[in-house]
Design a protein around this ligand. Structure first.
Ligand SMILES: Cc1cc2nc3c(=O)[nH]c(=O)nc-3n(C[C@H](O)[C@H](O)[C@H](O)COP(=O)(O)OP(=O)(O)OC[C@H]3O[C@@H](n4cnc5c(N)ncnc54)[C@H](O)[C@@H]3O)c2cc1C
Ligand code: SF4
Length: 437
């Protein structure tokens, strides 16, 4: 259900000034039964941190946030607030809900700028855990376990930690500096990152156990983009949105030249799909200077899974939308894409384009399960986990969480699951250590 906030205005994501943040915090009713907290998947103590902010106690506000989240500056920016915390705020029933996400972002940014708070770093005496993947799930497991006295090493295939936060979500929505700041803060808890290391290729799970890890967490997300199986998919110009967004991220951090980014200023681009990845792809294509960008979606606008705010952002950026339009065939000449044949109301037509960005979902890679015996996955490739100890796979001592288990979702849902798996890992390692005595 759209909230009043969505009906009335395009969500303004410009950061608050101190004066604006305190004024916004002072609007909070500090409800006895805070519905906003119910709407937050990780149950942030929202009224409490807002109350401290309203009195100007930013350090205390940050400490309250830190009890539940390692990524407040990220969640404050990219959570679907309108359906979560802000969607449940009672003030939203008749007017504007409290801008909880922007306040969370403000507190995290202010703390980072001013260095207000210091983390408590407990001695690492409870055991060694290897974490595979450094997206929101891996970072949450690492940060929480480090707080609990575990020695954590993160193995990451990419050059830098951050997962989709760094290589998927574009800079204009989530600045890379913000992600780097959060991963650095986690490393200051004693977490070690080993990057450029793909588990299953450079090292195996069995070898990690041989190195003395008591438990291993798999948080590898869904790296394989789903293909649209229509004729012509081999034509030059048919691309995956994940690939395009990653190339732009690498170009922005200086690892690639502009000509290596597969969208140019001459391109007419169609984006297939209407989820958040499609919105990021179409808005990024506009920012890379494409001549035209049109989203093609087989269902109506009411079925779009993208957040309303992202759709409104895309419209404001100049992206066009074709609803109830089913792709039928990629059309080309001499191996190069020239158009997309679509069906609209049972009539077929060709929409001219020279690039298509496919954004119809993703699924887990097989690198780890194909090199490790005993980790079962379901028919779609998602890792099967147990309720007790929470998050353990069918292989003893190996746990999993985030998108690789629960399908592509959101940052905060990956964090929520990861937090539950942390309890499972801690209970398992403590029990194993007890038996060793
Ligand atoms: C373009 C895009 C935009 C999105 N926008 C939003 C948004 O606005 N808001 C929101 O809440 N959610 C958004 N999401 C969804 C959200 O980012 C994911 O749900 C979340 O990142 C999942 O976290 P994860 O830790 O499970 O996996 P990921 O973030 O995918 O992290 C997995 C990590 O594992 C690493 N890895 C994979 N295999 C191996 C291996 N074998 N060895 C070592 N490392 C490995 C990967 O390199 C990666 O760093 C978006 C997703 C995409 C793709
Ligand atoms: S984590 Fe996300 S849902 Fe929870 S309070 Fe923060 S912005 Fe809202």
């Amino acid at each position: 259900m759209p909230s009043n906030q969505q009906e009335n205005e395009i969500y303004d994501s410009t950061p608050f000034t101190m004066k604006e943040a305190i004024a916004e915090a002072q609007r909070c009713l500090h409800c006895k039964k805070p519905m906003c907290r119910t709407g937050c998947p990780i149950e942030n103590e929202i009224p409490d941190f807002i109350h401290q902010l309203s009195k100007g106690n930013l350090g205390e506000a940050r400490n309250i946030l830190a009890e539940k989240t390692n990524l407040p500056a990220v969640c404050g920016r990219v959570c679907p607030h309108e359906t979560q915390c802000e969607g449940h705020c009672v003030l939203g029933k008749k007017g504007q809900p409290i801008r909880i996400g922007k306040l969370e972002q403000f507190i995290a940014d202010f703390d980072a700028d001013m260095g207000l708070t210091r983390e408590n770093i407990p001695p690492k005496t409870r055991g060694n855990v290897a974490v595979i993947g450094s997206g929101p799930a891996g970072l949450t497991v690492s940060g929480d376990l480090a707080h609990m006295g575990f020695n954590v090493t993160v193995f990451e295939g990419e050059e830098e930690p951050g997962g989709v936060l760094l290589y998927g979500i574009p800079e204009f929505r989530l600045p890379k500096e913000v992600v780097r700041r959060e991963t650095k803060r986690i490393s200051e808890l004693g977490v070690k990152y080993v990057c450029n290391t793909f588990v299953g290729r450079d090292i195996t799970i069995d070898q990690l156990f041989e190195q003395g890890y008591d438990a291993i967490f798999i948080g590898t997300g869904t790296a394989i983009s789903k293909e649209l199986n229509i004729p012509g998919k081999e034509l030059t110009g048919v691309l995956q949105s994940h690939y395009f967004l990653r190339m732009v991220a690498l170009y922005k951090n200086g690892s690639l030249d502009r000509h290596e980014v597969p969208i140019t200023e001459d391109d007419h681009v169609l984006v297939i799909g209407a989820g958040n990845v499609a919105m990021d792809a179409c808005r990024t294509a506009m920012r890379m200077g494409a001549k035209s960008v049109t989203v093609v979606y087989r269902k109506g606008m009411e079925n779009m899974s993208a957040a309303q705010v992202e759709y409104e952002g895309a419209v404001a950026d100049g992206v066009k939308f074709m609803w109830n339009t089913t792709p039928v065939e990629y059309v080309g000449e001499d191996g190069i894409l020239t158009g997309l044949k679509v069906s609209v109301n049972d009539t077929e037509l060709i929409v001219p384009c020279n690039k298509v960005l496919v954004a119809i979902g993703s699924k887990p890679a097989k690198l780890i399960i194909s090199t490790t015996k005993g980790i079962e996955v379901n028919d779609n490739g998602y890792v099967i986990t147990k309720q007790k100890p929470y998050g353990m796979t069918t292989l003893k001592g190996v746990f999993a969480g985030g998108d690789v288990v629960h399908q592509p979702a959101t940052v905060v849902l990956a964090m929520k699951e990861a937090k539950k798996v942390v309890e499972g890992i801690a209970a398992y390692v403590d029990a194993v250590k007890l038996l060793e005595l």
